[in-house]
Design a protein around this ligand. Structure first.
Ligand code: PMV
Length: 306
């Protein structure tokens, strides 16, 4: 980022927000059930300043849809009654894989604007503002990605942000691979919504069972019981397949990982594409990575951020 592009009042602010990976609980979390989500070691960076020439400028290389950032600015202005035009630039290491770039962009932009005016705000209020942006644009979503971008680490998240519990977790040994297909989160959520409409009892039962897996996973993850965590991930994947949100490609990558010795493997996020994750010991790691590649997956060099 070239500092000279910004105005001379020394108000230049740069904020980073990291991407995320859903460990367990996707889709159920949209209905208030719990999930586990971890921050990853890749970031989206937002730089803001007051616009020199009174003309707002938003530059987002690699992000074609600026609606999340524009809505963030709008919500910020309304909430804090600010009228000045801004220059906003983003730089992303996380775009394209379903690693939460929209939520990271919203959180980083909101934080940067708040810092620009030296406003004091607590994490929960920041969460509420950012979650509102996501809902205004997407219409639906649990807010787990917003919470992850704000709180970092690994969190237990439920009830649309009423429960956000940072966990004392480190070193979850994950292999992450991209299916080559960009998922449409809203379409996937609507697919499940349709199922819920047609078969409420069955889908509710699946969500209750996923919630039990998440609650047990929360304990075993803290105890670093990777064998049991892998088993729970496999069970979670079974339920996601029952919901109809996995794909043949994801299934074959997941199966390949399990067959070559992963403790467990599942899709991560909305399904219909994006990434899968495999929990793997150091000894089995390269074999699992190779097997996923043979199944058509692209290994991506991302780690859980402790
Ligand atoms: O599209 P992603 O990777 O952010 O994952 C979506 C996860 C869902 O549970 C399906 C949606 C949500 O908002 O929680």
């Amino acid at each position: 980022m070239d500092k000279k592009k910004f105005d001379s009042k020394n108000k230049y602010i740069e904020v980073k927000a990291h991407g995320k990976l859903m460990l367990l609980g996707e889709h159920a979390v949209v209905y208030g059930y719990p999930c586990l989500v971890s921050a990853v070691n890749k970031y989206l960076t937002v730089t803001v300043d007051f616009a020199d020439n009174k003309e707002e400028r938003i530059v987002t290389p690699g992000i074609s849809d600026q609606s999340f950032i524009k809505e963030t600015v709008k919500i910020f202005r309304n909430r804090f009654n600010k009228k000045e035009p801004f220059t906003i630039e983003t730089k992303s290491e996380i775009g394209g894989y379903g690693l939460g770039s929209s939520a990271a962009a919203v959180v980083a932009t909101m934080k940067a604007l708040i810092q620009l005016y030296k406003i004091k705000i607590n994490e929960k209020s920041l969460f509420d503002l950012c979650y509102k942006v996501i809902l205004n644009i997407q219409g639906i979503g649990s807010g787990y990605d917003v919470a992850s971008a704000i709180y970092g680490g690994t969190i237990y998240y439920a009830q649309k942000g009423k429960i956000i519990e940072p966990l004392d977790v480190c070193g979850i040994p994950l292999v992450i691979a991209y299916s080559g297909v960009k998922a449409d989160t809203v379409a996937q959520i609507n697919l499940v919504k349709e199922k819920m409409k047609n078969y409420k009892e069955g889908v509710t039962k699946i969500f209750e069972n996923i919630a039990k897996l998440v609650d047990e996973a929360k304990k075993v993850i803290i105890a670093k019981d990777w064998v049991r965590l892998g088993t729970l991930m496999n069970y979670n994947q079974d339920y996601l397949e029952d919901l109809g949100i996995s794909t043949e490609k994801l299934n074959s990558m997941i199966l390949a990982a399990r067959k070559s010795g992963a403790y467990g493997a599942k899709l991560s996020g909305a399904g219909g594409g994006d990434c899968m994750i495999a929990l793997v010991s150091e000894e089995k790691k390269s074999g699992v990575e190779q097997a996923i590649k043979t199944a058509g997956g692209q290994s991506i060099d991302i780690k859980i951020k402790n």
